[in-house]
Design a protein around this ligand. Structure first.
Ligand code: AMP
Length: 149
């Protein structure tokens, strides 16, 4: 087995490790909060991308953002689920990476978020890179180092 040095691992491209866009659960701009909440609940994911029909990334929507949005003073205002659109509630403050990024760049950003959206310079959504994938590679690398040392 060829084992990478730690420096080589940091410089490895993320390309082979991303979950491609066609396998990523997402909602579209214009979808209702109800639709998003259904998809989030059914998939078990805490947060998913909001895309347009040309697969451009607009933001992220999460169950937390939705429940916060419908929380009234004394009750949940469930009627808002049907009325409001995901673009009114999504978070647009997100860090993205490109398919040419390295593990090093992904590591730094994945400390604070469970996954990163991979976006091209033209804004096209290519997929996601998850903390789980990075941790799996890191674990493999540490085990190889222990067993070769
Ligand atoms: P994981 O590391 O697999 O637990 O995923 C962490 C987070 O990444 C999930 O809670 C989702 O927000 C997002 N995620 C992972 N896989 C997918 C997917 N196939 N579609 C949409 N979101 C995903």
């Amino acid at each position: 087995m060829i084992s990478l040095s730690s420096k080589e691992l940091l410089e490895t491209s993320i390309k082979e490790y991303i979950i491609p866009s066609e396998k990523v659960a997402h909602v579209q701009v214009g979808n209702s909060l109800e639709h998003a909440l259904l998809l989030l609940t059914r998939s078990g994911y805490s947060s998913i991308p909001v895309l347009d029909p040309s697969f451009r990334l607009h933001g992220l929507i999460s169950s937390r953002l939705i429940t916060d949005h419908i929380l009234g003073l004394e009750r949940f205002e469930f009627e808002k689920l049907e009325e409001r659109k995901v673009e009114n509630v999504m978070s647009t403050d997100l860090s993205t990476i490109s398919i040419d990024s390295t593990f090093k760049e992904a590591f730094n950003l994945l400390i604070d978020q469970p996954f990163l959206c991979v976006v091209s310079s033209e804004g096209h959504f290519d997929g996601i890179m998850t903390r789980r994938v990075v941790l799996k590679e890191l674990k493999k690398h540490i085990y190889q180092m222990i067993h070769s040392g």
